[in-house]
Design a protein. Sequence first.
Length: 477
Amino acid sequence: MFQYAAAVHPTSSNIGCAQRRSAACAALVLAALGGTSLAAEKFDLIIGVDPTLYPGAARMVAPSPGPGFPGTFQDGDRLAGTPSVGGTVAYVGTGTPLYAPNAFGSTSFLFRRGSVPAGPSGNIPLMGIEFLGGPLLDLDGDAGNGSRSLTPVSGQTPVEIPGSSSFIELAISASSGVVALVDFDASGTNEGGPNIGPNIATTLTTIAGTQPDGQRTAAINPSVDTRSGTLTPFPGAGGMLAGVYRIENLGFELWEDSIDPNSQTASTLGTLQVMGAFRGWLIERDGGGAFPLLAGQGLGSTLWPLVDSSKIGGVFNTANGLFGGTATIAAGVTRDQFHVPGNGGTALTDFGGDLGAYLDAVIAPRVPADSRRFVYLESAGFGINNSNDPVFIDSIAYDAVIIAAARPRCPGQVRCDANCDGVVNNFDIDPFVLGLVDPAGYAALHPDCERECSIDANGDGEANNFDIDAFVACLLG
């Protein structure tokens, strides 16, 4: 949990009027309180869109300057569910993977541009896509033993963790204009590779610094992996749009690892390091439970075909000190430079090229009814490959799209019920005041209450002064 504390000085008039039945009392009790609390919130990656299919129609990408042969990329505008959907993703490799590629119908992806050496004839461009979503995995083979392994355990078959979902965890403060990346934990599937075993086609993606037992540590590349960005209300084309926030400059680093016990770095996390800065949108339901209509509101399009060449030549720390401890980011290989036009997907043309219309038509209908908001995040980034793979190197062109819906908050808890007795009345006034001025004292007196829900009267995910008017309205309603 992140705390943004402000000094508070409650007066004696704030105490002891739970028995009073007047609006004047409620207003007196709630005046001049301070303090802001921001809780981390998990957003489950949305799935169920075009299962087993690529996210974009096929396009041909030629190596530049060459020589070589064109490669087929089915990445398109990086969005699932558009009319420009690609064909079936065929598994390439030996054996049978744990899941078919894109088995769950992902809307979240990691993209990485590569180049296959083709001898003196040149190179062949290749796009690798990680389809993110579905249940989390425990690689020790026992979901009920009280521990979880994120690295393969010899002789054990990975198992799904019951009731789990791939997620991104964010801490969001609309009042402070801040969004923080707290955690990331997702399963992934891909199409494998020629003559490669099936376990390479299933992956785990975690936030940088994650240990094999799931413990998290600090960022290893803090200049990029800031885990903090800005959150700005977006008024839309007419200036009246509500519940929409622009997210910018949310720095991140994610680690991607396969479940293959025979991989070169099987016992160490961080085989692939994906870095960049997310931009995107936070969309919230209104008081009636509806998402705002976003088409024509000026959300614009996606990043693509942008390729960020600013990190070329940059030196960054490798995960767990692999391969000498640092890596230098390249523009590609000699015969195939990734920052030339054509690498970064294609511009969104479906839905009139309007991202807002896409979110209206494809994403909002798939957000669970009891989820109050969702996020769309995208990044044109760069990455490091610690596997000695000659195809996907340390380079620019490691991109990401993350689309996720907030988990239901405090199921069964009544809004404004500060003492958690199931009803909203004047007996909630003193607990509400206490919850604002003394969170620890509130937790001690009301251990069965989830403060960020019982005190969050206006439903913005925070317990702070902005809840006062909404709480008074509850009492008078």
